[in-house]
Design a protein around this ligand. Structure first.
Ligand SMILES: NC(=O)c1ccc[n+]([C@@H]2O[C@H](COP(=O)([O-])OP(=O)(O)OC[C@H]3O[C@@H](n4cnc5c(N)ncnc54)[C@H](O)[C@@H]3O)[C@@H](O)[C@H]2O)c1
Length: 242
């Protein structure tokens, strides 16, 4: 019998229609989880995901929900409560990016990116934690970026700063909630591309990463195999950082 790493765990994935989100939804389902996917976009825009609803009946549902809107997040928590009365894991991927440097970015650009990337992380973690606290614990995984640790010349000032703050926020959440059995970790991807867009990269491994590789790291952090890991930041960047 194969061992299912996420057997019967209830996991919420934000940004579920994105590159990493889609690969993660599929991988978590294959690992035995129940998955609630949320995205700004409707799932009619991702045929692969409607296929997964058919392949894993009763195990996967997708909801249109804005990760920056508190009311919509509360609505998702209500759905999860009604359906499962449990939340074991959160994988937060939704974000906003505008590639503008300090001199190019307007205040509006800055606030837009901060809201989509940092405020969304605050909100979804806040409500996931409130549910996990009542139910004995869980695992939170936030997706950061190498641009939040490496200050690239003329890089995206708001996105890089927001991702740096996501790292610190994740560690603060870990400290605040360890006694409730809640772990919080962040993944720090380098350049991740689908098979079709894979390319040679200036890192130790020499190529871009695949979304499935990020999904596997997230599954490990969401599973009980990582039960002694909290407050950690995991680069997955082919050694770009070194
Ligand atoms: N792909 C990479 O190379 C890379 C590198 C470093 C970090 N990351 C991080 O990985 C995560 C996922 O990236 P990706 O490449 O899969 O991105 P993507 O653009 O393919 O997907 C992001 C998804 O999030 C959704 N989304 C955006 N704002 C939202 C909101 N407010 N509420 C709900 N959904 C929202 C989008 O509709 C989209 O489906 C992001 O946090 C990103 O910063 C990606």
């Amino acid at each position: 019998m194969p061992e299912y790493r996420l057997k019967n765990k209830v996991i919420w994935v934000t940004g579920a229609l994105g590159l990493i989100g889609k690969a993660s939804v599929e991988h978590f389902l294959e690992e035995g989880a129940y998955v609630i996917g949320t995205d700004l976009l409707h799932f009619t825009q991702a045929a692969e995901l409607s296929e997964l609803e058919r392949k894993f009946p009763g195990r996967f549902s997708l909801h249109v929900s804005d990760a920056t809107d508190e009311g919509q997040i509360i609505g998702i928590i209500e759905i999860i409560k009604r359906k499962f009365n449990r939340l074991d894991g959160l994988f937060h991927n939704a974000y906003t990016q505008i590639w503008k440097s300090l001199s190019e970015a307007s205040l509006e650009d800055w606030e837009f990116v901060m809201k989509g990337t940092l405020t969304s992380t605050f909100l979804v973690n806040k409500y996931a934690v409130s549910m996990m606290k009542q139910l004995g614990g869980g695992s939170l995984v936030n997706t950061s970026s190498v641009l939040g640790t490496v200050p690239v010349k003329n890089g995206p000032v708001a996105y890089g700063s927001a991702k740096a703050a996501v790292n610190h926020l994740t560690r603060m959440i870990a400290v605040e909630n360890a006694l409730f059995g809640i772990r919080a970790n962040a993944i720090i991807p380098g350049d991740i591309k689908s098979e079709n867009h894979a390319q040679a990269m200036d890192n130790l491994i020499g190529r871009s990463g695949r979304p499935e590789e990020v999904a596997k790291l997230a599954a490990f952090l969401l599973s009980d195999d990582s039960s002694y890991i909290t407050g950690s930041l995991y680069p997955i960047d082919g050694g770009f950082n070194l």
